[in-house]
Design a protein around this ligand. Structure first.
Ligand code: ADP
Ligand code: MG
Length: 724
């Protein structure tokens, strides 16, 4: 497959690879959550009163008293030490997509110099990492550059086993000394609280009496690529940017669609098994895995859990995926578009809200009353996506996801809602005033009891929608594979809180006027659909017609890049939304804008530098060497009276020159730093830098197909994608 010595060696090494032998684990019931300090373990270890208190906190999110915290800390330490842990760490979720941790020993010495262990309630509750190295969007400029972490008792502590030993990990929030959120967990917890508050209002207006705390749920489907490390290690772009910045399309791509649901390669199977066993020990319910559409692409989806726990588990999964892949000789790519022209990776965030007493409010249910509640919650989502579409686009904005959104086989950058034919008809009928008569002797059914079976059929799915109802939940499909699910969950919970509180206000008026429940619901939803029904779309979201109609006829926004998307965080309506729901103060929101904008600019600048570097030091030299061979041969032949056709030499020379000219322009552009505003700087990255990078690449990719294979040291697409 390759004439280049280093690439050939890599291929040989890969063909000699055997699947890594992994420890045979016990059956699921044995290993499940064995490394988690969960409620079952606490019930066993704690007194009845202490357990009751912590259980209440876990279920309702209410604070825990100091005395109980001490008791929990002691039990937690004893359990962790018995499992071999010498250290503990608050793990937190800064405003990047990765996690951070600082490890502390349990050890202290007593006056005799003997080592004893100590772990009090206050150590459990509060930690103090050096916050100054985490992005804060200038939030803490005015304060001391410090932040602190605080235990989140609603997400269970666990033991992280690594080659360096075992560490007790304590999921935590991260905030400034003045109490501002510096992380992704605080807003998620607050958004749940806001959603619960508004949902309670609606439910009690609708006559519900026993209403348990509502929580949101999340099940995230994670797509990823695996590339053998023998290849990945010779690609500086994969190592530093997580994606290929160069690479000609392979002769065989994904046209044949033969990878999807095909047999999983043996080494990948062993990787998956190893990875999933670790997840089970950590109490993460890995449920499905399969090949994805592109060659070398796979998916894993755990069973859904409460949003806060799911978000922590999702982060842990991403960390473990990378480390486990390494062990099996792969590099795991979570980037949204590692290979141009090949399907990208997303993270479908399945989301619903509910509680123990009313159940899942996004499930149509089987009685007319349940149908009414369902329609209200569903309507609330429709209103939310319409009003806050740009916010939903902003929370999934990143330099890497920009490559995927709106591209082939990926959700468009226009936010619309897919409901399915029958549910869409119910909402359209309500809008058109076709459902007006009150059913005899009580509430009307609105026809939902009949459709719910059909709606649940997964065959009836529109895969082109960025935001789809899928039977008992909504699926946000535009989320990127490398992203934390917290941002999307915060946005969805918060827009729902806002809509439900709007609905509560309207219902109150209707009930005041003596309307029945069904009449009130229909009236409110009719108004809602008149104002927001435009966002409901059941057609082909990939089509060019939709891209035009969405904007021109429906008034929706097409927001192609992060530079266009992030400013939504500064819009008055969004600032108000977060402030009124208590999810983020204006200062906290502004700091998020700053952090995300900075990350966007930085990641494009890093890539641009890498493009320049690789073009100059890897690609240009290969082209020149080839030219030198050609010219020497041509001269030698000419001396013999033989004329060599010089088309190839001309093509190579032209593209090598054009590439270097583009490199020069890119270098000059990179040196530019006089921007008036952050917005302007982002636009410069989105337009000028990105298009110059593309220009360099276009010539380099031609060179790859012209220059002798022997001289090309960068592993090619077909090798990285197909050789496992
Ligand atoms: P598909 O690929 O057909 O969309 P998957 O089975 O791969 O479906 O993934 C669906 C995800 O949705 C899983 O994580 C699943 O646990 C989750 N899910 C199912 N029901 C709910 C719900 N009510 N709320 C949130 N997530 C859910
Ligand atoms: Mg899905």
């Amino acid at each position: 497959m390759s004439a280049n010595a280093s690439r050939m060696q890599a291929i040989q090494q890969i063909s000699n690879r055997k699947p890594v032998a992994i420890e045979k684990t016990d059956f699921l019931g044995e290993i499940w959550a064995e490394d988690v300090f969960n409620l079952a373990r606490m019930e066993w270890a704690l007194s009845k009163t202490a357990f009751k208190a912590i259980k209440n906190t876990v279920h309702t999110g209410e604070p825990l008293d100091a005395a109980t915290a001490d008791v929990v800390a002691a039990a937690m330490k004893e359990w962790a030490v018995a499992k071999g842990a010498k250290f503990f760490s608050h793990i937190f979720y800064p405003m990047t997509n990765i996690t951070a941790e600082k490890h502390d020993g349990f050890i202290i010495t007593n006056s005799d110099g003997a080592a004893i262990t100590e772990f009090t309630g206050s150590l459990l509750i509060k930690g103090e990492p050096d916050g100054s190295s985490f992005p804060n969007g200038s939030l803490r400029m005015t304060n001391a550059a410090r932040g602190y972490t605080a235990w989140d008792p609603t997400s269970p502590a666990y033991i992280m086993q690594t080659d360096n030993g075992a560490t007790l990990m304590i999921p935590s929030v991260f905030m400034s000394w003045t109490g501002e959120a510096l992380d992704k967990k605080i807003p998620l917890l607050r958004s749940n609280r806001a959603m619960n508050k508004s949902a309670q209002e609606v439910l009690s207006l609708m006559g519900e009496t026993e209403i348990a705390t509502l929580n949101s749920s999340c099940g995230a489907e994670q797509e990823y690529f695996l590339v053998d490390t023998h290849f990945a290690n010779s690609r500086p772009d994969l190592l530093l940017a997580g994606r290929t910045l160069f690479g000609a399309a392979p002769a065989k791509g994904q046209e044949f669609d033969d990878h999807y649901f095909g047999a999983i390669p043996a080494r990948v199977q062993v990787f998956m098994q190893d990875f999933e066993d670790q997840l089970y020990k950590l109490g993460i319910p890995a449920k499905t895995h399969h090949n994805e559409v592109a060659p070398g692409q796979f998916e894993i989806a755990p069973y859904f859990e409460s949003a806060n726990v799911a978000a922590d588990h999702q982060q842990l999964m991403m960390t473990l995926m990378k480390s486990t892949a390494k062990k099996h000789g792969f590099m795991c790519l979570l980037h949204e578009k590692p290979f141009a022209g090949v399907n990208g990776s997303g993270k479908h965030v399945n989301w619903s809200v509910g509680n123990a007493t009313q159940g899942n409010l996004l499930d149509p249910g089987s009685t007319p009353h349940e149908n009414l509640l369902f329609l209200l919650f569903c309507g609330a989502v429709i209103r939310g996506v319409h009003l806050y579409g740009p916010l939903l686009r902003a929370v999934i904005a990143s330099a890497s996801n920009d490559h995927r959104l709106g591209a082939n086989e990926a959700p468009p950058a226009i936010l619309s809602v897919y409901l399915g034919d029958q549910l869409e008809k119910v909402f359209t009928d309500i809008k058109d005033g076709k459902i007006t008569e009150t059913a005899k002797g009580g509430e009307m059914d609105l026809g939902l009891s009949q459709i719910l079976n059909f709606e649940r059929d997964p065959g009836d799915r529109n895969r082109t929608s960025p935001f789809a109802f899928t039977g008992n939940r909504f699926e946000f499909r535009a989320v990127g594979s490398s992203q934390s699910v917290s941002g999307p969950l915060v946005a969805m919970n918060t827009m729902l809180a806002d809509s439900l509180s709007w609905i509560a206000g309207k219902l109150e008026v209707e009930f005041g006027n003596g309307a029945s429940k069904a009449e009130a619901v229909v009236t409110v939803l009719q108004e809602l659909m008149n104002e927001h029904g435009n966002v409901v779309f059941g057609g082909d979201g990939y089509s060019a017609e939709w891209h035009e109609a969405a904007v021109k006829e429906r008034g929706l926004k097409n927001i192609p890049t992060t530079a266009d998307a992030l400013p939504a965080l500064r819009e008055e309506s969004v600032i108000k939304l977060f402030e009124s729901t208590g999810v983020l103060s204006p200062v906290e929101l502004e700091s998020r804008f700053n952090v995300y904008a900075e990350q966007y600019v930085l990641s494009i600048e890093v890539e641009a530098k890498l493009v320049i570097d690789m073009a100059k030091t890897l690609i240009y030299p290969a082209a020149i060497e080839y030219l030198s061979t050609l010219s020497k041969t041509s001269a030698d032949l000419s001396a013999m009276g033989v004329k060599l056709d010089n088309t190839t030499a001309t093509t190579v020379a032209e593209h090598a020159n054009a590439m270097m000219a583009a490199v020069a322009k890119l270098s000059a552009a990179l040196a530019q730093h006089d921007f008036e505003t952050t917005e302007e700087h982002m636009q410069f990255c989105a337009n000028t830098l990105r298009s110059l990078m593309d220009e360099v690449r276009s010539h380099a990719d031609v060179l790859e197909t012209e220059v002798a294979d022997e001289l090309w040291s960068l592993p090619k697409y077909q090798e990285m994608l197909f050789i496992k």
